[in-house]
Design a protein. Structure first.
Length: 174
């Protein structure tokens, strides 16, 4: 049978106290009183039916059960921190990936990219030169420029019928 999840605050309180081996330092890091921290840990011990700390006069130590639990929690909270950091970094990164044929890239696009980069310095433009059609799902391409027959233009965002050139945006297929 599925066991219910233990309280995250209590697990966090244990992890910080185990890392510092001090309730006072752990309470300072978590911005709570030592009494509140101790209450969280005692509640966790009751739920588990195990003692996690050996309480001494002026210090604490991990019991064998605490020594077993601590590494997993330390790794888990480290993964959570990394995930949150990665999320905030990803939201700050602005990348535009353009897929074009090599000839178009060298003769038309590359000489003009400096103007776009000057106007939008916060956007990192990456160009993928390829003769094959871009796969918006797997290639990470945002915009593709290809020479296509005029009959394809009805479903495209921009189409120059005279030049037989079409611009596809992410999620659009000819």
């Amino acid at each position: 049978m599925h066991k219910p999840m233990l309280p995250l605050n209590a697990l966090r309180a244990f992890e910080v106290a185990a890392r510092h081996l001090s309730l006072t330092k752990a309470a300072q890091e978590l911005h709570v009183t030592a009494g509140a921290l101790s209450h969280q840990i005692r509640g966790l011990e009751e739920l588990l039916g195990l003692k996690l700390f050996e309480r001494r006069v002026r210090s604490i130590g991990l019991t064998p059960a605490g020594k077993l639990l601590y590494p997993g929690l330390q790794t888990g909270f480290s993964h959570i921190r990394e995930a949150v950091t990665g999320l905030s970094n990803a939201s700050q990164e602005r990348v535009l990936v353009i897929s074009t044929p090599p000839g178009f890239t060298s003769k038309w696009l590359a000489p003009r990219l400096y103007r776009f980069a000057s106007a939008y310095p916060e956007i990192d433009v990456r160009v993928s030169s390829s003769i094959s059609n871009a796969n918006f799902t797997s290639d990470g391409v945002d915009v593709a420029i290809r020479n296509l027959p005029p009959r394809c233009c009805g479903r495209l965002s921009t189409c120059d019928r005279e030049a037989d050139r079409a611009v596809l945006g992410a999620g659009m297929q000819p």
